[in-house]
Design a protein around this ligand. Structure first.
Ligand SMILES: CC(C)(COP(=O)(O)OP(=O)(O)OC[C@H]1O[C@@H](n2cnc3c(N)ncnc32)[C@H](O)[C@@H]1OP(=O)(O)O)[C@@H](O)C(=O)NCCC(=O)NCCS
Length: 190
């Protein structure tokens, strides 16, 4: 398995990534409903300053994809999206793509990588709950019920820093996570 830049000119690979994006999120019907939606998402990853990295198998076919979007003048990158071809999940490719995205962000001067991991389908004990007023207590007491990926990200070193209640409708929150990837620089404040 190798990880490399996904480039707009690699039209065959771009199409493979659009297809695998829909396959990986097939359990979430609202995500990239059509192949055209998925193609648009991949196309947006080629914008300036964005990161778009693809994992390739031994034949050169795309088996995973991760994107990164700069925020806060590049101090922060948002990891979005991350998708591994279902037939290749559970083999360490997700962890490798996250580590690669962090390295790419760090090289561009980022200090932090953030991400949001939605819970739309009873993946955790947060689902269906009114999370106000003590959102911090819900963060402390989160439980994984149905293989929700927040635990995958914890294994990659991410911590939950917040929850957006009802992000996807009542009782369907977004779980916000972050990890430090850069060194403290002399010219930064604080
Ligand atoms: C979630 C996803 C990115 C993980 O990638 P992967 O290649 O299957 O995961 P890895 O093999 O690198 O797993 C690394 C570790 O995380 C664990 N892990 C992976 N997915 C997990 C999940 N859903 N829940 C809990 N733990 C998980 C693995 O067991 C492994 O643990 P270990 O090191 O103790 O053995 C991948 O399954 C996927 O694309 N899922 C569908 C799309 C998705 O949910 N994307 C993320 C949206 S925020």
């Amino acid at each position: 398995m190798t990880i490399t830049d996904l480039r707009a000119a690699d039209t065959g690979r771009v199409e493979q990534v659009a297809v695998l994006l829909r396959e990986a999120f097939q359990h979430i019907p609202a995500a990239w409903e059509t192949l055209a939606d998925a193609r648009n998402e991949v196309g947006e990853s080629f914008a300036p300053d964005r990161i778009s990295r693809v994992a390739l198998d031994d034949k050169g076919d795309a088996v995973g994809w991760v994107g990164g979007i700069p925020q806060y003048d590049g101090n922060v990158y948002e990891l979005h999206p991350l998708a591994i071809k279902p037939s290749h999940q559970g083999r360490g490719i997700g962890r490798a793509l996250v580590a690669d995205l962090e390295e790419q962000a760090r090289r561009r001067g980022a200090i932090t990588v953030v991400l949001g991991s939605d819970d739309e389908f009873d993946g955790t004990n947060l689902s269906g709950q009114d999370l106000y007023p003590d959102i911090a207590a819900w963060i402390t007491n989160i439980k994984n019920i149905r293989n929700h990926p927040y635990e995958f990200y914890q294994k990659c070193g991410y911590v939950i820093y917040g929850i957006v209640p009802d992000a996807n409708g009542f009782g369907k929150p977004d779980i916000m996570m972050a990890k430090r990837v850069g060194e403290k620089r002399r010219n930064t404040h604080g």
